[in-house]
Design a protein around this ligand. Structure first.
Ligand SMILES: Nc1nc2c(ncn2[C@@H]2O[C@H](COP(=O)(O)OP(=O)(O)OP(=O)(O)O)[C@@H](O)[C@H]2O)c(=O)[nH]1
Length: 426
């Protein structure tokens, strides 16, 4: 079929989606236009055709400009592009990109202009621009640091803010996964890696972890890190994860201080009685399950009331602090030392046999009795009495064991003080 008939061309012209105008270059008048052009300005044909094309434009002033526009169209040879605004009958403005070219037909010159509505495109560009501004703000100014991990090559983009948080300049920190991994605190590393892997494998909806991250000078910050897979390959495998790191050091330290207050004695810094009940229960359970012994050593300063009475309460406090410090320095790392109350302390040795616990108590007794007190003129020495009870011989439950150690301590006091007594069989 030959598709060159005039009516077909006319029909194509009429149905083009962009507005098309045929213009007389001499007068700027519109000689013809298609339906899209009428729709674009909301006018009937007779208010468009035979009117100057300049009348459609907003902000285009007098016809004097036309000669120079026409000249520019000729010189551009089909590439004259003009971004303007067409006036719609309703008063609205239609942003348009107008491309005009000149051509000759039967000895006469014509211009054809295609006016494309770019309202949507401009809105998209504006949207992208806004997002770009937000993103740039987030990357450089927001208090959280961002990271962007490419799983294919293990490259990681660290935002300038993240680098700043860790004490690095914008051009430092090698952009690799290793840079991050080597700075995670060794005690947190496996937990953090597991959380990340579980998210990547799809077992968790997002990655989230609180951990310590080393800064440039070697100190650790506490951070809250969260992230999400944001890109997958054709098989659905994650290829990119992005995340955000927040510095929570102050919050963590405040939490730790509160925890410390709740579990430690303010005067001596030792674990307190409440914590003792929890830990003793826990250790006893472990020893029961693993068939291990557990030693309980309760001890008490002798005639401490006299020290308070002679030297004052503040000096009494000093004595308690020094005794606590001394014992702490001489017990096994695996032992737990508590301030049980007033001038009473409790040592819990899980897994230690009776002979070891008794030996340890004797050593502590001797050590305390030998202490010099240059800071308290007139105090020539102190002593402590010790009561030892063993699981399972002297009791199965924490309360029974404690009672057994207490009565052994009572015996030590009764038999002259400054001695160690072992509980008797229940
Ligand atoms: N400075 C000071 N004294 C305390 C503290 N807690 C308890 N005490 C004192 O410790 C003393 C304990 O007196 P007692 O129970 O009679 O015991 P003691 O004088 O050590 O005599 P024995 O245990 O029988 O050898 C009391 O005077 C309490 O006021 C404390 O935190 N600081």
């Amino acid at each position: 079929m030959l598709i060159s008939s005039f009516s077909l061309h006319q029909s194509v012209f009429e149905h083009l989606p962009d507005a098309v105008y045929l213009i007389d270059p001499q007068t700027s008048n519109i000689l013809d236009c298609n339906a899209a052009a009428l729709h674009q300005v909301g006018l009937p044909r007779d208010e468009v055709v035979q009117h100057s094309v300049l009348s459609l434009q907003k902000d285009v002033i007098g016809i004097e400009q036309w000669a120079s526009i026409a000249q520019a169209v000729r010189e551009a040879q089909g590439q004259f592009v003009f971004i303007g605004r067409h006036r719609h009958r309703s008063g609205a403005e239609v942003p348009v990109e107008v491309t005009t070219s000149a051509f000759m037909h039967q000895g006469c010159e014509y211009f054809v202009s295609v006016a494309r509505d770019i309202g949507r495109r401009l809105a998209l560009e504006q949207d992208l621009n806004d997002r770009d501004v937000q993103l740039r703000y987030a990357l450089t100014e927001a208090s959280d640091g961002l990271w962007d991990w490419n799983l294919l090559n293990n490259e990681v983009f660290f935002s300038p803010q993240l680098k700043r948080m860790l004490g690095y300049g914008p051009h430092e920190m090698k952009p690799t996964l290793e840079t991050w991994a080597t700075n995670v605190h060794p005690d947190d590393a496996s937990r953090v890696r597991r959380a990340l892997q579980e998210h990547i494998k799809g077992l968790r909806e997002r990655y989230e972890a609180e951990y310590r991250l080393r800064n440039r000078n070697g100190h650790y910050l506490w951070v809250h890190d969260r992230g999400r897979v944001c890109e997958r390959d054709a098989q659905g495998q994650p290829i990119r994860v992005v995340g955000m790191v927040q510095n929570i050091t102050d919050r963590k330290h405040a939490e730790q201080a509160l925890q410390m207050q709740a579990s430690h004695d303010a005067l001596t810094g030792l674990l307190n009685r409440r914590e003792c009940e929890r830990i003793l229960q826990q250790q006893l359970q472990r020893c029961q399950q693993q068939n291990l012994p557990l030693g309980l050593c309760l001890f008490d300063l002798d005639h401490f009331k006299d020290i308070n009475d002679r030297f004052g309460h503040q000096t009494g406090d000093l004595v308690l602090r020094k005794v606590a410090h001394e014992i702490q320095a001489h017990v096994r790392a695996a032992d737990y030392l508590f301030r049980w109350g007033g001038e009473e302390f409790l040592l819990v040795s899980a897994g230690a046999p009776c002979g070891h616990v008794l030996h340890c108590a004797q050593r502590l007794r001797a050590r305390l009795a030998e202490l010099d007190w240059p800071e308290v003129p007139g105090l020539h020495g102190i002593s402590c009495s010790f009561g030892v009870a063993m699981f399972p011989e002297h009791g199965q439950q924490a309360d029974d064991l404690f009672l057994a150690a207490d009565s052994a301590l009572y015996r030590a006091k009764a038999q002259g003080r400054n001695r160690v007594e072992l509980a008797v069989m229940a």
